[in-house]
Design a protein around this ligand. Structure first.
Ligand SMILES: NC(=O)c1ccc[n+]([C@@H]2O[C@H](COP(=O)([O-])OP(=O)(O)OC[C@H]3O[C@@H](n4cnc5c(N)ncnc54)[C@H](OP(=O)(O)O)[C@@H]3O)[C@@H](O)[C@H]2O)c1
Length: 334
């Protein structure tokens, strides 16, 4: 019986085992994986749940682990481990890649499958803040027209200069949407190299010297040690009083307590967070009562009908490439 091609390095006559874990694009990805002959699929609920199964897997297909990334990384590093590739179905991979990993196992991610949806959510937060839907909803609940209270708070995305920190898949999609609304986009990346989606590009190292020229800044970077608390008390102190701060990437890239203080002291106009640190935000965290803050519970890509299909297409393409011994797409920098 010849089950999987030799290119995988899996012995002839042995079926290949893929362990899948996590809620992202679950039905679509499972359907794709089950279409490959010679492949056995074990599905567990969460990425963390793959831990006990790493020892007898050939491939892991997982979301970003929440608590057990270190244990998964340790299992991947065990000499007996036969895993040859880890496909992450998320964009962020830090739950696993923050831990030491054996360099011979490629880690790939979803390659921007959720980027249009996340960019749309960032636009939603910015539009809700500039048009002060938070205040309008409170007025509505109190059956109060109260236009006088709203008028001085209102802004418009058209004519704004918006800083997009991180011009990866999400940053580029966001820049396109912002420009369609008439904003000027200043992109920030490590290199500062020109990017056709932005009107101007800067190095992330220049953020502090540039931030006073921005009406809003949107965090779109991966979470790595260098981007932890990228938005800190000092950066917030340099922002315009009328500026908005949005984070749709990872909570730890913004210093939560510094943001809370800036909001309470009116040093910025408001903030929109889809991600928090810690996450989920505990009921007694000060951010719950911070003024001018719109919080969504890490829902940015949810509800989009195309995300699951795009994630599944990435898994299908990479699985095909893996079986044929070809280079995998969307490799994560380690
Ligand atoms: N809210 C949600 O539900 C949701 C959904 C999807 C993704 N996310 C988050 O959004 C992040 C970005 O997603 P994406 O699809 O745009 O990822 P991506 O295309 O891989 O882009 C990663 C971005 O992170 C930057 N980056 C990487 N390493 C860095 C470092 N050492 N220092 C500074 N910047 C660094 C890159 O900057 P360069 O341009 O300099 O390379 C790039 O802009 C993900 O990592 C994930 O955490 C959140």
């Amino acid at each position: 019986m010849r089950t999987v091609p030799d290119a995988t390095g899996i012995r002839e006559g042995v079926r290949m085992k893929v362990v899948f874990g996590g809620p992202i694009a679950r039905p679509q990805v499972l359907e794709v994986l089950r279409q490959f002959p010679g492949v056995d699929v074990l599905a567990v609920d969460e990425a963390d749940d793959v831990c006990p199964h790493v020892g007898d897997a050939d491939v892991l297909v997982i979301a970003n682990p929440r608590d057990k990334g270190r244990h998964i990384a340790e299992a991947l590093g065990s000499p007996a481990c036969r895993v040859k590739w880890v496909q992450m179905v998320s964009a962020g991979t830090e739950g696993l890649t923050a831990h030491p990993l054996p360099p011979h196992i490629p880690i790939t991610n979803q390659g921007g499958a959720a980027a249009p949806a996340v960019a749309e959510h960032a636009m939603g937060l910015l539009l809700a803040l500039t048009h002060r839907l938070d205040v309008a909803l409170k007025n509505q609940a109190a059956a109060s027209w109260n236009v006088g209270a709203l008028r001085p708070l209102l802004q418009s995305v058209e004519g704004m200069t918006v800083g997009v920190i991180g011009m990866g898949n999400i940053g580029r999609e966001l820049a396109l949407r912002l420009r369609a609304f008439g904003a000027t986009v200043h992109g920030f990346s490590r290199s500062g190299e020109s990017n056709e989606a932005a009107d101007a590009m800067h190095r992330i190292a220049e953020l502090k010297s540039q931030v006073s020229s921005l009406d809003a800044l949107v965090v779109c970077v991966a979470l790595v040690p260098q981007t932890r608390h990228l938005v800190d008390a000092e950066l917030l102190s340099l922002c315009r009083k009328t500026a908005y701060v949005i984070n749709i990437a990872r909570g730890e890239s913004v210093d939560s307590l510094a943001l809370d203080a800036a909001l309470r002291e009116g040093r910025i106009a408001g903030a929109g967070l889809d991600v928090t640190d810690p996450e989920p935000l505990p009921a007694d965290h000060p951010l719950w009562t911070a003024p001018n803050l719109i919080l969504t519970p890490h829902t940015a890509p949810m509800g989009n009908k195309l995300v699951g299909r795009r994630v599944a297409a990435v898994v299908r393409e990479n699985m095909q490439r893996f079986l044929e011994g070809r280079e995998l797409l969307h490799r994560v920098e380690l």
